[in-house]
Design a protein around this ligand. Structure first.
Ligand SMILES: Cc1cc2nc3c(=O)[nH]c(=O)nc-3n(C[C@H](O)[C@H](O)[C@H](O)COP(=O)(O)OP(=O)(O)OC[C@H]3O[C@@H](n4cnc5c(N)ncnc54)[C@H](O)[C@@H]3O)c2cc1C
Length: 556
């Protein structure tokens, strides 16, 4: 990464302190994460003439989950015309639901197309962020040195840190072990005896793709998911030409998809009994694809549809009926050097284990790195049950905003809709800070608390609450801290409206020499001209190691 390192030093500092100080880089806004959220905010800041910002991304390029998830069959499950940024329509999707390489290329192209590449610093892992009340700045530690920022924005994603099940013996396994989100594409699965653990959205995509390649495949299922027929199809050259020459037609298609998804909320959140109709469609899909009554029974979910994520697939049930594939409808009890043991104690010899076991979601790993006012750690404030105002701001954490924080997840539509709503909110907050010349902005705790009471009240009657399932949506206390339980257009309306009573703006005199109000210092300002190719290459190696260790950490 290239960066300006020269700059004034702090008066009275020792030589060593001065040296350290001179390598501290500063940007008014530091965005951590280069996925849809980070890119969306960067675009908005530039459009609003805020130029003093950087994106710090620990991976080798932008893309977020679409850079990291390279497993076979990885595809979005919301139509691409909605699952894309509104300011960057793409008429060239090859399919109505695009595959991962296309989404990754789309994000890489977007950052170039809107002149944002120079703001991106890859291979930079933000390891700690501390609010410095005296300086009215965030002090950041990263794998590439320290930074200061007036505003810190976490765009680290809710599905970034792979989660492994808490199974005894995992560290004893002598074969190949990988998580779906850290797929080793150099590893040849041909002829292998493979155990696939989990039946969530990722496993449902990769199992059909590897079934014909492996020697034998055991699919461990703790709980059968509801599967819907998939309506994906390749786009036609005529459609692509139409979207290219008449962009409005693509906007109309996007709006239609949005409405078709949004009406589903009626069943999910307003009248859960309506989910019976959806359940009927899914049961019919199962009956039409699985004729063996014993297998069909094992694949029949025991909770109301929608309580866990509904996954579309026409390939899942056929894959499970291939001669070399066996469904093991049991949890995993133990892992040994060359085998896995199911809940009944049956041992299955395998040489590869693939974990399709999801992510650390409600235990938000980045919140273990962020210290707010009085040095309080965000996860300590939350005590296992994260809450935020509009999923974006937390009392006690001035000048800090996050994307896709607590209660912003959807079970029925595109997360990009939520991201773009938060982009407007966070841009408005930064504008308020800027135009008033304040040094800090902080959410009002009464507004924050009232907002969360409202979330809990709305959640109480939804399918996520009454549907009879246990999911990753629930936090350590059993509260659903993941889902937004209302119309998404309501979320957008509330995020867009700038409520003056929701935030406190303050101007705290900053002691001379201790830090700097934004714009009043040029010390070590981050070089916004981009990261060097060599640094990116170095980051590729370092990033891979860090990603692996993340898997290892979560295994413990
Ligand atoms: C396989 C998969 C498929 C999905 N499909 C859909 C779908 O079809 N529809 C849908 O609506 N949603 C889907 N999602 C959800 C997805 O999380 C969001 O749609 C969206 O991509 C989130 O974007 P983001 O930018 O907020 O986060 P991410 O895409 O997760 O990006 C976060 C970035 O932050 C970086 N980062 C994290 N920690 C640090 C750190 N400490 N320092 C520096 N950088 C850091 C990461 O490397 C990553 O690049 C899917 C998720 C997965 C995993």
């Amino acid at each position: 990464m290239s960066a300006d390192t020269a700059g004034p030093t702090v008066a009275g500092a020792t030589a060593a302190e001065s040296a350290a100080e001179s390598t501290t880089k500063h940007a008014k806004v530091v965005i951590v994460g280069g996925g849809f959220s980070g890119i969306g905010l960067a675009h908005s800041l530039l459009k609003n003439k805020f130029t003093d910002f950087v994106i710090l991304e620990r991976s080798t390029d932008v893309g977020g989950v679409w850079q990291l998830n390279t497993y076979p069959g990885c595809t979005c499950d919301v139509p691409s015309n909605l699952y894309s940024l509104s300011f960057a329509p793409n008429p060239d999707w090859s399919s109505t639901y695009s595959p991962q390489p296309e989404i990754r290329a789309y994000l890489q192209n977007t950052i170039d197309r809107f002149g944002l590449r120079s703001r991106l610093h890859t291979g930079v892992d933000v390891t700690e962020a501390r609010w410095d009340e005296g300086a009215q700045l965030w002090q950041l530690q990263t794998s590439e040195g320290s930074y200061t920022a007036q505003v810190l924005v976490s765009a680290v994603g809710p599905l970034t840190e792979p989660k492994l099940p808490d199974v005894p013996g995992i560290e004893l396994f002598e074969g190949k072990l990988m998580h779906s989100a850290r797929w080793d594409n150099d590893y040849d699965l041909t002829g292998k005896r493979v155990a696939s653990i989990g039946t969530g959205a990722s496993a449902i995509q990769y199992v059909p793709r590897i079934a014909d390649q492996v020697g034998e495949l055991l699919v461990f299922q703790r709980s059968a998911p509801w599967i819907m027929p998939h309506d994906k199809r390749p786009t036609t050259p005529e459609e692509r030409e139409k979207f290219r020459s008449r962009p409005m037609t693509q906007k109309i298609d996007r709006a239609k998809v949005y409405v078709s998804k949004e009406v589903l909320l009626l069943g999910f959140a307003k009248r859960p009994k309506l989910m019976r109709f959806v359940e009927g469609l899914s049961s019919k899909h199962l009956a039409s694809q699985v004729s063996d009554p014993v297998l069909r029974q094992a694949l029949t979910p025991d909770f109301t549809i929608g309580c866990k994520r509904i996954v579309p697939s026409n390939e899942w049930y056929p894959a499970l009926q291939k001669p070399n594939v066996t469904l093991v409808p049991k949890a995993l009890r133990e892992i040994r050097a060359h085998s896995v043991v199911d809940a009944d104690g049956t041992e299955h010899e395998v040489d590869t284990i693939i974990f399709g076991t999801g992510f650390h979601v409600t235990d938000i790993p980045f919140a273990d790195r962020v210290y707010g006012r009085d040095g309080v750690l965000m996860n300590e404030v939350w005590q296992g049950s994260p809450r935020a105002y509009l999923g974006a701001s937390v009392p006690g954490f001035p000048n800090f905003f996050m994307f896709l924080g607590p209660n912003t997840g959807l079970g029925h539509s595109s997360m990009i809709y939520m991201i773009e709503s938060q982009v407007t909110h966070i841009t408005n907050a930064i504008r308020a800070l800027d135009t008033t010349g304040s040094t800090s902005i902080e959410v009002d705790s009464a507004v924050h608390d009232a907002y969360n009471r409202d979330i809990d009240r709305k959640m109480a009657t939804t399918v996520w609450e009454v549907g009879g399932c246990t999911t990753f949506y629930q936090d350590a206390t059993g509260r659903n801290a993941t889902i937004y339980p209302d119309w998404t257009f309501r979320f957008r309306r509330e995020a867009k409206k700038w409520r003056k009573d929701a935030y406190h703006l303050a101007t705290v005199p900053v002691a001379a020499g201790v830090g700097a109000g934004v714009g009043s210092t040029d010390r070590g300002r981050v070089d916004a001209r981009g990261s060097a190719a060599g640094a990116d290459a170095a980051a590729a190696g370092a990033g891979a190691g860090r990603r692996l260790s993340a898997v290892e950490r979560s295994a413990r």
